[in-house]
Ligand binder design. Sequence first.
Ligand code: 13P
Ligand code: SF4
Length: 312
Amino acid sequence: MKYAGTDLVGEIQALKKERNAVILAHNYQVREIQEVADFVGDSLGLSYQAAKTDAEVIAFCGVHFMAETAKIVNPGKRVVLPDMDAGCSLSDSCPAGRLEAYLKEHADRNYYVIAYINCSAGVKALSDVICTSGNAVRIVESAPKDRNLLFVPDQNLGAWVMEQTGRPMELWKGSCYVHVEFTRDSIAKVRTEHPGAPVVAHPECTHAVRILADEVCSTEKMITYCKASPARKFIIVTESGMLHRLRREIPDREFIAGPTDRCACADCRFMKLNTLEKLHAALLHLEPEIVIPEETRRRAEVPIRRMLEWSA
Ligand code: 13P
Ligand code: SF4
């Protein structure tokens, strides 16, 4: 791709070397970013990559809570996020102050707090263990049996994990504004248009959509599921960026975007804020940089390390 008379991808590669940087990208990023990244994956895979990198700079192409997670496990490294406004509706649905007040008010319940990784460093600092959609079942199964579980912030992922494990949990009432857009009708309709194509849905979808799916899984497991399946065509019910990764890695199959009632596929407006131009600027100026107060970072690292240990 050309940029002001130069080769933007080439410049990003050169800057990456110069800065001793690694580019980590989530599966929902635009195709050009996925193509220039050193690693593309789900939240769990990205956490492992962030925890083990030797690079001095992490350019995180994803949303804020993901870049924050990378910083929490790498306090000595510089972590840059191409666009600081790349937030997350799920993370926003559970502000740390509200969770803290809730825990105080219900101190008699002595909650064991399991936080989906889609939350702020402040919420992580109040939690006992973190999970992602890729390991949530395993993490909940490993939680102490004699404690009341509070699952924050995604009620849909939490409900799905309860169905899988049979473990009762209290659920925070947050949700992802993208995944709740898929409806029973929008999925039923696309299914009649593509008979026989398995429906693969993310667990952030509502119960009404999950029960229509042939497989409910994290974005990374969508790759393994589709690779292993004999089907030639799949309906992918998650954010649209996922289709780039699937099409690149499994070019001999067809992938149909799960539509919502309003549009043919669903974009996360936060994920789409990152662009190649902003990634280039972030590597050039080494900002916008993720900064976390040390006390919060230190407390937030404990449940992340616990997650990495339990899901190893
Ligand atoms: P994954 O960890 O499955 O990639 O999900 C992240 C996310 O933000 C889903 O909306
Ligand atoms: Fe957050 Fe939903 Fe966007 Fe994922 S898709 S980053 S959960 S708003």
